[in-house]
Design a protein around this ligand. Structure first.
Ligand SMILES: Cc1cc2nc3c(=O)[nH]c(=O)nc-3n(C[C@H](O)[C@H](O)[C@H](O)COP(=O)(O)OP(=O)(O)OC[C@H]3O[C@@H](n4cnc5c(N)ncnc54)[C@H](O)[C@@H]3O)c2cc1C
Ligand code: FES
Length: 348
């Protein structure tokens, strides 16, 4: 059994035990401490923190874009890559009081594929049923890491449903990319009845329920999955908040869950769904046309009292993050999941 050390997080005053063979982030997740994170692979810098006390730390492979050498020299570290070899005190640079202590411990699970249905030409609605254990607790908006059988690799996928309590089900919306490792496996091999291994839940793209601000959701591609989960949760809990979902797609054939979103407009009186097509030559399309961020901007809405949830491909998320402060949204009210890919990131 590997040696363990005590890691204290400031300014929140939370202590965890960390084994030398696991990263500090992983140990925190196992103990239900939901620290800020993104890629979990040393690429995105979301978990960057400052070492206040202690120096015996070793980092797994990471990108110097996420942690440049001069920052490492100054005492910054990446918790998703850091192994502690002595007791440490870490200052969290980025944390959310409402989320950090509400974390559910991650667990390993197995699930059987119930169904795989095409919801667009390149998006699949995948339903799994947990077999071991038969329930994984998660918050709407969170994700699981699914292992690609026969390899060490995993890919992250956000749940589109709100709970596995009643039926052990996890629902995903997965976009297939040409030559992507998981995509090829999903479209070429995976069938109903097959077993998948998963770990989770991860993620902080969850509803801040203590707020009564209006809600703005901006999504693209498979970013539909966690946003649908959040909208389903609003409906399930009968939360009466004004909410607008701007969804960007290229053409009409990239739209999905349209009937359910229309039904949500009826069950949630304050909810509106606004799809926009960026590459449509469809003359019958009467909806918005253009990039989704431009459509949000052109709406002329005052977003000063709004919580914004952004999710989808990295370029769309970055464009939204650049734009939102200019529309009056406070940075602390912006929550996002960037669907970064694993295949094309070079690491040091
Ligand atoms: C927190 C989080 C949650 C996520 N949730 C979801 C989800 O709910 N649904 C979902 O579909 N995906 C989600 N993703 C992305 C997912 O984890 C995979 O990265 C994605 O499905 C590609 O996996 P792959 O193995 O098929 O491709 P990889 O083998 O990782 O990629 C190989 C190649 O495919 C191409 N490719 C892959 N992705 C893209 C892209 N976005 N744009 C252009 N080319 C690309 C590139 O050429 C890349 O080099 C999430 C990612 C994160 C970080
Ligand atoms: S979560 Fe650590 S660098 Fe992305």
């Amino acid at each position: 059994m590997a040696d363990k050390h005590l890691v204290r997080f400031e300014p929140v005053g939370i202590d965890i035990e960390v084994r030398e063979d696991q990263t500090i982030l992983r140990a925190a997740f196992e103990q239900g401490v939901m620290l800020m994170h993104g890629c979990k692979e040393g690429q995105c810098s979301a978990c960057k923190s400052f070492v206040l006390d202690g120096e015996d730390i070793e980092l797994d492979r990471y990108s110097t874009f996420a942690l440049p050498d001069f920052e490492k020299e100054e005492g910054f570290t990446l918790l998703c890559r850091a192994h502690a070899y002595e007791d440490l005190t870490i200052e969290l640079l980025n944390y959310d009081e409402e989320i950090i202590r509400s974390g559910l411990p991650i667990q390993d699970a197995k699930a059987e594929v119930v169904s795989i249905d095409a919801v667009t030409h390149d998006m699949r609605h995948v339903v799994l049923r947990l077999t071991e254990p038969t329930e994984v607790k998660f918050f709407p908006g969170q994700y699981m890491d699914i292992a690609i059988p026969g390899s060490e690799a995993t890919r992250s996928f956000s749940m589109a449903n709100i709970s596995s309590r009643a039926d052990g089900r996890l629902e995903f919306i997965i976009k297939c990319y040409p030559d992507g490792a998981f995509s090829t496996f999903l479209d070429g091999q995976l069938e109903a009845g097959d077993t998948l291994e998963l770990t989770g839940p991860y993620g902080v793209f969850t509803l801040r329920e203590s707020s009564d601000n209006d809600l703005l959701f901006i999504g693209g591609g498979a970013g539909m999955a966690p946003i649908l989960s959040l909208l389903r949760a609003l409906a399930d809990r009968k939360l009466d908040r004004t909410a607008t979902f701007y969804y960007g797609a290229r053409t009409r054939k990239d739209l999905c869950f349209t009937d359910e979103l229309a039904a949500l407009e009826k069950s949630l009186p304050g909810f509106r769904y606004i799809p926009a097509l960026s590459a449509s030559e469809d003359e019958d399309w009467e909806g918005e046309v253009g990039f989704i961020t431009d459509i949000v901007k052109a709406s002329g809405t005052d977003f000063a009292k709004t919580d914004v949830y952004v999710c989808g491909p990295p370029p769309m998320v970055e464009a939204a993050l650049d734009m939102l402060p200019g529309l009056g949204v406070a940075e602390k009210h912006i929550y996002y999941d960037k669907f970064t890919t694993t295949g094309d990131n070079a690491s040091d």
